[in-house]
Design a protein around this ligand. Sequence first.
Ligand SMILES: Cc1cc2nc3c(=O)[nH]c(=O)nc-3n(C[C@H](O)[C@H](O)[C@H](O)COP(=O)(O)OP(=O)(O)OC[C@H]3O[C@@H](n4cnc5c(N)ncnc54)[C@H](O)[C@@H]3O)c2cc1C
Length: 416
Amino acid sequence: MNKKRLVVIGGGAAGFFCAINAAAVNPALEIVIIEKTTKLLSKVKVSGGGRCNVTHSCFSIAEMIKNYPRGENFVKKAFHKFFTSDTIIFFAKRGVQLKTEPDGRMFPVTNSSQTIIDCLMNEINKHGIKIMMNKEVKKLSVVSGQLSIEFANGENTSSDYVCVASGGFSKTIQFNWLKESGHSIEEPVPSLFTFNIPNDPIKELMGISVEKTIVKILSTKFSQTGPVLITHWGLSGPAILKLSSFAARDLNKMNYDFKISINWLPAYNEQTLRERFWVLRNELASQKIINRNPFFLPQRLWEYFLQQSGINGNIRWADLPAKQQNLLIKRLCAQELHVKGKTTFKEEFVTAGGVKLNEIDANTMQSKIVPNIFFAGEVMDVDGITGGFNFQHAWTSGWIAGKAIAEVTLNRNAIL
Ligand SMILES: Cc1cc2nc3c(=O)[nH]c(=O)nc-3n(C[C@H](O)[C@H](O)[C@H](O)COP(=O)(O)OP(=O)(O)OC[C@H]3O[C@@H](n4cnc5c(N)ncnc54)[C@H](O)[C@@H]3O)c2cc1C
């Protein structure tokens, strides 16, 4: 029997997982990883601020899939085959222990992404997987029953199986070679970014965070509960990053010019906060409003709200004019801010969009359009919020593709 060949396009997390797992299932398979740059696993290296947020400590598929604004149903099927616990076991078996932070993010105990890179490189060497660097794939097609891979420098190679693990591209034109291979592309738009608020003094409070808020994008259905961090350009923090992800397409259409409403005291709405204010006016009647911040908000933020509502902080609670009280209640419960522009979140960012999921079988990652082409990772129209979800998808899809390819090469009758 001829030795079968697998070419993996892309030397990132998904490509490595596909190659390693294919080799583990069928050691006789000839496997080559093709990478267009001079670096392997470059995103793993910089991920999670250099610590690599490998996965998320979530062991319920139903809960996990809620963190994928695009591809929720697709990853649901895939996670039944390879899930977070499998990722933890994979690394543990190779001597890499992961630890969980209070927010659920999992990192190597060494706090260094190099630990993950070393582990994956060891596997590549152990299995004799070949690597070709500095080779950019420009065309993928079927020629005489084989998959033909053409490079930007004019060279080419052929293969029985190809796994496309080329990551996300920010521009539609970068997907052209995949479109030409017969696949449809969901237009790429950025996801996971922070909001610029150029015209409000809130920026002066940079560094302040509030643990629980509700942020809504006005004129849309998007709303998130969670911490908000004030930065020197606007707003960041989990609630903002989640909004940027779930509303990625809508915000792109709005050209990143939109209004948000923030409830800084989610235990209240305007009505219940008004009732609370009447109680406070009595309880704190003789105290200066600036000195007595009854909601445990950061003091500078409280002072900002007073100032924005035209309230002199030295007046007493009992003397708070009704008009100013209304303005303050409105700001605390439904502060409107105008977002103009976005800023890349340096810890993690992804592109929404990629190969359309109705053209890929989630059980094998095989293309439904061109047999023997498989996909893994961010090149597909799947993306998660920040917290390790994007890598988990890369590990899962890479593992499934590698296994499916190796199994079919072991058993000619295997049904993909
Ligand atoms: C700064 C940053 C930090 C991040 N931190 C985290 C984190 O902590 N946790 C998390 O879950 N996610 C994180 N992410 C997201 C995560 O890195 C990606 O979702 C993940 O790397 C996707 O893996 P991939 O293998 O699909 O693609 P990639 O890692 O992008 O790898 C694709 C590879 O393919 C190569 N390639 C592309 N086109 C071609 C071609 N035509 N020919 C040959 N090679 C090609 C690329 O050069 C690249 O090396 C972060 C992202 C960024 C940008």
